[in-house]
Ligand binder design. Structure first.
Ligand code: SAH
Length: 494
């Protein structure tokens, strides 16, 4: 087929970036702006050896799951790739995505179940996706690049396609309602004071991004302007204008003078407030500064962590590890029910936050380590032979390092709770764990990012090789010794 050639195709699947996937005579096409169930006319854009990219020209038969996108710029923005799919269909799609990956890539014997139904004998249930009652206004964070529109007006929005032009975004429907008015206030101020927008290609101009955060439960608002400079002219005047907004709690500058598309630099200049806002997950309070990692969907985060806690099945005395712990949110959730929790995270500032958050919430039964999980856990385990009843992992998209999985198995926890943002690497790791004595018991998808193709999954894994309690009496001396050492380890840390 040649470029621009037209063809008809049924869309049957969704790709990792939320684009539709269809096949013609076994050849795979990736086609943006389409959803499974659509029959479309497409035009060839680019052809590779085994797959190609095409553009949607018109919908011949719309998918029964197709809805009118709520956002007028959904197609050009590209942030919410599934907006044209009804929310129920999005949740079903996410459940089947997890099912397909665990089955095809992980070789697991899974079954999709609906509601609270039990799985058939011997099969691993992939449960219905936990969704939101109202999947809008859920994001507590927005990062808007600043530039000029085609009339030379200062605007905040998103980059159009692969260009450096910014399409203004007045009201993003998944963000906080206040963002629009606050952004307008900043842009009006900058226009009046002749403050220039940063130009990536020439590395000139001052204002790069506006970062906005809102505490979902506290209503506290943070504004942080990312600048290619050391100060903002007339900053006091901007502060007094912004303080007119209800909930305005923290105003700051972030200095980023690098030629980079990383949004934030490392230096903060505080203009108003304590330098952070606070928010809650469940009963716990967290301090969030402009640089802190914090889950962007607090409503679903609470549900995700509650699931992780349920799967951890803590009764009060357990030794727990929380690997890839970020600012310790899951660790602290667990520490409310566990004997002792150890958290490991590679970013030192996140661990500073984790320790602060533990102290602020009065959870002293925690200890945090800076370093990569695959280095820290084997090291601490070698040295202290510390026992683990439950290990929680929440790795980035690439999943867990094999060296870490090996150590987890050596630590013989009763349960492993695997929280994953990528069900393909999850499948790979579950397969490995299955071959080493840890069977997957169930998988629970959670919708953290409605209207996007991403899905978070919580899995419970259980140790199938540990002797049952009643068989303790028949243990040989070596094993008795082993459990005595484990139990001593337990006492010394609680
Ligand atoms: N559990 C946290 C964060 C999960 S995101 C929460 O729910 O908020 C994954 C985290 O893993 C990030 O904070 C990232 O910095 C960290 N990370 C990435 N690679 C790591 C590694 N090799 N060892 C430890 N932490 C790592």
């Amino acid at each position: 087929m040649n470029k621009n050639e037209l063809f008809t195709v049924d869309i049957t699947d969704v790709g990792s970036d939320g684009e539709g996937i269809g096949k013609t005579e076994g050849f795979t096409w990736f086609i943006k702006d389409t959803i499974p169930g659509d029959v479309i006319e497409a035009s060839v854009m680019k052809i590779k050896k085994n797959y190609g990219f095409a553009r949607m020209v018109r919908i011949i038969t719309p998918s029964p799951d197709r809805v009118e996108s709520a956002c007028p710029i959904a197609r050009s923005c590209g942030g919410c790739t599934l907006q044209a799919m009804s929310y129920e269909a999005q949740l079903r799609f996410k459940q089947s995505k997890v099912f397909n990956n665990l089955t095809r890539l992980g070789g697991l014997n899974c079954v999709m179940v609906s509601g609270g139904a039990d799985a058939e004998d011997g099969k691993i249930p992939v449960l219905e996706t936990i969704g939101m009652d109202s999947p809008w206004r859920y994001r507590n964070k927005a990062q808007l690049p600043i530039g000029y529109d085609k009339n030379g007006r200062l605007v905040a929005g998103f980059y159009a396609g692969h260009s450096h032009n910014i399409i203004p975004q007045d009201d993003c429907l998944i963000g906080a309602e206040e963002n629009e008015a606050i952004t307008k206030c900043v842009l009006d101020f900058c226009t009046q004071k002749h403050i220039s927008a940063y130009d990536e290609t020439r590395h000139e101009g001052l204002l790069r991004h506006i970062l906005l955060r809102k505490g979902y439960y506290t209503g506290e608002i943070m504004v942080c302007l990312v600048i290619n400079g050391e100060s903002l002219p007339c900053a006091d005047e901007l502060v007094s204008r912004l303080r007119e907004f209800d909930g305005m709690s923290s105003i700051s500058l972030n200095v980023n003078r690098e030629r980079t598309n990383v949004i934030l630099g490392s230096r903060l200049i505080n203009l108003y407030g304590p330098g952070y806002i606070t928010d809650m997950i469940g009963e716990l309070t967290f301090k969030i500064n402009p640089l802190s990692f914090f889950q962007v969907n607090p409503v679903q985060t609470a549900k995700l962590y509650a699931k992780a806690l349920e799967y951890a099945a803590l009764t009060g005395g357990e030794n727990v590890w929380d690997l890839y712990c970020g600012i310790g949110t899951i660790s602290l959730f667990l520490a409310q029910k566990a004997g002792f929790v150890r958290g490991v995270e590679i970013i030192p500032e996140a661990i500073d936050n984790a320790r602060d958050n533990a102290a602020m919430n009065g959870l002293e039964n925690t200890q945090f380590y800076v370093g990569s999980a695959e280095d820290v856990v084997p090291e601490v385990f070698e040295k202290e032979h510390c026992h683990a009843d439950v290990i929680v992992v929440d790795p980035p998209r690439k999943g867990c390092d094999e060296k870490l999985l090996e150590t987890i198995v050596k630590m013989t926890p009763d349960r492993v709770v695997y929280v994953s943002c990528d069900s393909a690497t999850l499948a790979r790791d579950l397969k490995w764990m299955g071959a080493h004595g840890y069977q997957t018991v169930k998988a629970q998808p959670v919708d953290m990012f409605p209207h996007s193709g991403h899905v978070e999954t919580v899995c419970l894994l259980s140790n199938t090789q540990r002797p049952k309690k009643e068989s303790y009496i028949t243990l040989d001396v070596e094993m008795e010794d082993y459990y005595r050492i484990k139990n001593e380890g337990k006492k010394s840390t609680t």
